[in-house]
Write a protein that binds this ligand. Sequence first.
Ligand code: ADP
Ligand code: MG
Length: 318
Amino acid sequence: MVSEFELIRHFFTRLTPGAVLGVGDDAALLHVRSGMELAVSTDMLVSGTHFFPDADPFFLGHKALAVNLSDMAAMAAQPRWATLALSLPEVDETWLEKFSAGLFALADEHHVELIGGDTTRGPLNLCITIMGEVPPGAALRRSGAQVGDDVWVSGVLGDAALALAHMQGHIQLAAKNFAACALALHQPKPRVALGLALRGVAHSAIDISDGLLADLGHILDCSNVGAEIAFDALPISCALQLFLEQPLGKRCLLAGGDDYELCFTASVAHRSEVEKIAADLGLLLTRIGIITAEKKCTVRAADGNIINIEESGYDHFR
Ligand code: ADP
Ligand code: MG
């Protein structure tokens, strides 16, 4: 049985050239580049709430960091450092090896350094705090949407929720479709490069973690505006297309969780710039509606009818 100290050294200690001091002391020391603001965010994944207890630890390592990187993306911050608070029911070295591999693979991809954390025995719980840099005034807030703005989303929506519906036995996906949707659920791609490219272009942004309507709703509330969304414009996969006539399919698209795409607003004058960003990044960016003065969110079908969705997003306390 390894000690807590050995566990930390073996699984979570790497060189951290971007920090003054990393793992190993009572605190890490960081030097924020001159003139930059520090963006800080925490996201926790709880066993049984956010993932199945027997979930693949490599994917958990990826996802625990991905959901945090997604918050940096939504703020247009450059992620730099992270801390990891880990509660483990037991020391399972095989599990830890895979978890750490998934975590560091994504960390390396984004040049993020793990500079500290805490490790304790308890129910499986993964909590990461991420820190990034953003020039003063450049962060994208939820409160910046303006009447007349286009509403945009990245990627396709609803696949992660569709995979979950399959895993819970509510629907049966073909093997090929499930494989594609499971990737969206287990290995979401945080849109960090998009967030950075949207500095000075977007008026507001949020990452979609609790479903499009819930998260767009936060932009609308914070900005004191409404939106008109064209249902047929929403970007979806072939897998979700097959379920779009059913309430479950609509719910996955509008209110499913775990998309980790960005929803942002930008002035009509910036359309071609957003399209250029999409081309440069090789990332689908879709215009799905407009910001309105009337403070409500309407989703309209092609025939003009309003689409109502009872459950607009996942709320842990509802
Ligand atoms: P203390 O008792 O002073 O809080 P710890 O024994 O908890 O110190 O941690 C020792 C060092 O290891 C600290 O630098 C801490 O940031 C780091 N650390 C602990 N757990 C983790 C972890 N899961 N991932 C990364 N670093 C960790
Ligand atoms: Mg500690």
